[in-house]
Design a protein around this ligand. Structure first.
Ligand SMILES: Cc1ncc(COP(=O)(O)O)c(C=O)c1O
Length: 211
């Protein structure tokens, strides 16, 4: 008797949807030009890129020019956190994040601590949600970035990111959310107030940075 495997790990990764594969096939096989090249194949790729940018922008209510395509969520998280913090101009910029963030965020924060960035790792309550009064009490001079994931990839807990973004902005800090496990599972109209997004093809992940 053969055993049938049932796959329950789609938040970690998931097979490519056949419709996505069909849409991509021409660009993987015939229209493979570099979008920066000026020859015909390059121009075809550029047109496809512009169309994709517009489609994604419409989907998440974002300016198409503010979208950065990356190879994966870890890469876009690094760009958002390290890029954001590099703009602070403070000698010891401070980041507020959660103990329950994905390693892509936690490892980036630990890396930055080695170069003088200070990081507060806030705990979450028994139901996995950040206590907003604790967040408010953690701001200090130099707090430049608040980084809180939207939906947790293991527990599914959803953080109140709209409130968290508002609190961060009230304190003059940037807000960034690892939305890798959020997008695709919840309505995209929730993206109305977001400013910078990047996404990867296979999981549709978004890292969002807003000021
Ligand atoms: C919430 C979250 N953040 C970041 C990542 C890292 O994604 P990647 O493997 O594309 O770098 C994952 C991967 O599943 C994730 O679930």
């Amino acid at each position: 008797m053969t055993q049938e495997m049932i796959y329950f790990d789609h938040n970690a990764t998931t097979p490519l949807d056949g419709r996505v594969l069909a849409e991509m096939m021409p660009y993987l096989t015939q229209l493979y030009g570099n979008a920066s090249s000026t020859h015909e194949l390059g121009k075809a790729s550029r047109i496809a890129e512009i169309k994709a940018r517009e489609q994604v922008g419409e989907l998440i209510n974002s300016n198409p020019e503010d979208i950065y395509f990356t190879a994966g969520a870890t890469e876009s998280i690094n760009i958002a956190i390290r890029g954001g913090i590099s703009l602070s101009g403070h000698p010891a910029p401070h980041i507020i994040t959660l103990e329950t963030e994905h390693p892509a965020v936690l490892d980036t924060c630990r890396f930055l601590e080695r170069s003088g960035v200070e990081v507060s790792y806030l705990p979450v309550s028994g139901d996995g949600v950040l206590d907003l009064s604790q967040l408010r009490a953690t701001f200090r001079a130099g707090t430049y970035l608040v980084c809180v994931m939207w939906a947790n990839n293991e527990t599914g807990v959803i953080q109140p990111v709209a409130e968290i973004a508002e609190i961060a902005h009230e304190h003059g800090a940037l807000f960034m959310s690892d939305a890798t496990s959020f997008y695709g599972n919840y309505p995209s109209s929730l993206f109305f107030y977001l400013e910078i997004d990047s996404l990867l093809g296979y999981l549709l992940s978004l890292q969002i940075l807003s000021a």
